[in-house]
Design a protein around this ligand. Structure first.
Ligand code: SF4
Length: 247
């Protein structure tokens, strides 16, 4: 469903609005699917996530090009100059503090996400799929993970919710790959910086496969973990595309 709907949008003429529509449709689908998971599992009351709790906003986030571009467009529209400048400073500080690190190393540094403002996500409406999908049954797990980063603290959560948001993100990636546009996961902060500095990118990324190159690939998401994911993705990609063609 995520792949089919996204492909429909990607088959039209590239415009800023279509890029934003692509991200927003995926966000809506993610939110609806997560609500359905908790309704079916009758476990919504167990989710410990609350406004103002930011433990999960201190781990590095991976997001797709449409997600990053929709955040940059949102900031351009909604933030005044002072707020935009302040965000740009936090982005620079985050990039300097994590220079040369891959995602595993960044995960151990535990810096505030630059989009945090007074303990709240300043781009909540357009936050990435990963941020929408993440949840915890117990804040103590999150505190423990924050205190001991990289030690494999196991969080208790709804596994179906994890599978669902992962599958939706994969569906979007399959559609992007099929339309020959950037389909890889990007490191959110650096990719946002690129998108924020080029207001034409929300339209031109469709024909600029190199635009986010510095924020993805082996140096950011190192193997063998990423090799395995890439192999899995190739398999799912082939199966999904042949399914879509049959239909
Ligand atoms: S984008 Fe928002 S929800 Fe996601 S990590 Fe950053 S502050 Fe948290």
């Amino acid at each position: 469903m995520a792949a089919r709907e996204s492909l429909k949008i990607l088959s039209e003429m590239p415009t800023v609005l279509r890029t934003i529509e692509l991200a927003r449709n995926t966000y809506d689908f993610t939110d609806q699917s997560i609500a359905q998971v908790h309704a079916d599992c009758r476990d919504g009351h167990r989710v410990a996530c609350r406004s103002g709790c930011t433990y999960c906003c201190m781990v590095p986030v991976a997001a797709s090009a449409p997600e990053v571009l929709s955040i940059a467009a949102f900031v351009r529209e909604q933030f005044d100059d002072e707020r935009r400048l302040s965000l740009a400073r936090r982005v620079e500080a985050n990039i300097s503090a994590t220079e040369g690190m891959d995602m595993n190393q960044r995960d151990r540094v535990r810096l505030d996400c630059p989009f945090l403002e007074a303990g709240q996500c300043a781009v909540y409406e357009v936050r990435p799929i990963a941020c929408r999908g993440y949840s915890s049954y117990d804040v103590e797990d999150c505190r423990e993970d924050y205190d001991h980063p990289g030690t494999g603290v196991e969080g208790h959560t709804n596994g179906l919710r994890e599978l669902v948001f992962g599958a939706i993100r994969e569906g979007l990636a399959i559609a992007c790959r099929s339309a020959s546009v950037e389909h890889r996961l990007l490191e959110l902060v650096r990719a946002y910086k690129i998108a924020s500095e080029d207001s034409t990118l929300a339209e031109t990324w469709w024909s600029r496969p190199e635009a986010f190159e510095a924020t993805t690939g082996e140096s950011v998401f190192p193997g063998p973990w990423s090799d395995e994911l890439n192999r899995e993705f190739e398999e799912v990609y082939r199966e999904t595309v042949s399914d879509l063609e049959r239909k």
